[in-house]
Design a binder for this molecule. Structure first.
Ligand code: CP
Length: 332
């Protein structure tokens, strides 16, 4: 038995003795989850990662279930890892491509979703540019809904895979100093990460241009600073965000060059971080803008670990949303 499988077995035995289980039909956001629910997802993901180390990586948890990947906004990482997670769980999969659909002929999201349900979709994984689109579907569909990113609101599975990745590398989330640097205002990743990290007891600092990091974010329990050197000096984790031009309605700073010189993680700035500080980024990265290209590929970068962990986390979310109670139920 591998070390990962042994640790998953110990963790499953612990959950069996606890009276905690997942009881939600949808995963719409992190804001409404408790710390215990976040831990159920993380430990279930750890159990699925152990499954991923076996010769046969497939389990029948979603056999006979139909999952629709309803991506109405571009995606590489989230879409592909959801699809692979569904394959590993033996689901029947429908990949809906907005560009090739009747949305282009004026059909509404509501009618599109009701047609998918008429084909007996059990789970709908939705990405949409409108904040609240997953919540909207959850109000009238029988299907279970997973939010794969809605506008600038939330990206819950990204935050879950981010905290999963941090938990792998650091002894505890509680007490950790996490700096999120970049375009916070338009970032669903930032909002979901803030909720997840603060619920688990981390100290979160936000930094970036004042136009992209309004002080109102302090109401979410984090600290806001515009001094990048100070923001990164104490950080155990630096999570970089790209500038989300697709959501900005006006110019938020003079130029990309100025952004990089004032807020980019350059090699010079990296020297001023703690030696054990780790670098994260949800992707897609803009090399040479928010992150120096060499830093993206250096051994302190967790960027590809995040992508790898996305598979186990999305398997866990699909399993729980389909009625799984927690890691104790993941097939040995
Ligand atoms: N991190 C993330 O959501 O990437 P994609 O847009 O490629 O899915």
């Amino acid at each position: 038995m591998s070390a990962c499988a042994k640790s998953a077995a110990r963790m499953k035995s612990r959950w069996r003795s606890m009276n905690l289980s997942w009881n939600r039909k949808h995963l719409l956001d992190i804001e409404s989850l408790s710390a215990e629910e976040i831990l159920i997802v993380l430990d279930t993901a750890r159990a699925f990662r152990a499954v991923g180390e076996r010769a046969i990586k497939k389990v029948p948890a979603l056999r006979g279930k139909t999952v629709v990947n309803l991506f109405v906004e571009p995606s590489t990482r989230t879409r592909i890892s959801f699809e692979l997670a569904e394959q590993r769980l033996t689901a029947d999969i429908i990949n809906f491509t907005a560009e090739a659909s009747s949305l282009k002929k004026g059909e509404t999201l509501k009618d599109t979703a009701r047609n998918l349900e008429a084909l007996n979709a059990d789970i709908i994984v939705i990405r949409h540019s409108a904040s609240g689109a997953p919540h909207f579907l959850s109000r009238f569909l029988r299907a279970r809904i997973i939010n794969a990113g809605d506008g600038a609101h939330e990206h819950p599975t990204q935050a879950l895979l981010d905290v999963f990745t941090i938990r792998e590398k650091k002894p505890a989330i509680a007490g950790l100093h996490v700096t999120i640097l970049g375009d916070i205002l338009y970032s669903r990743v930032a909002r979901s990460n803030i909720w997840a990290l603060t619920k688990l007891g981390a100290h979160v600092t936000l930094c970036g241009p004042p136009t992209l990091v309004p002080k109102v974010f302090e109401q979410m329990g984090c600290r806001v600073t515009y001094n990048v050197d100070e923001a990164i000096a104490q950080a155990d984790i630096i999570n970089l965000l790209r500038i989300q031009h697709e959501r900005q309605r006006k110019t938020m700073f003079p130029s990309l060059g100025e952004y990089t010189s004032l807020f980019g993680l350059t090699r010079e700035r990296l020297k001023r971080t703690k030696p054990g500080a780790l670098i994260m980024h949800p992707g897609p990265i803009n090399r040479g803008v928010e992150i120096d290209s060499e830093i993206a590929d250096c051994d302190r970068s967790l960027i590809l670990d995040q992508v790898t962990n996305g598979l186990a986390v999305r398997m866990a979310v699909l399993f729980l949303i389909n009625g799984g109670k927690g890691p104790q139920e993941v097939e040995a």
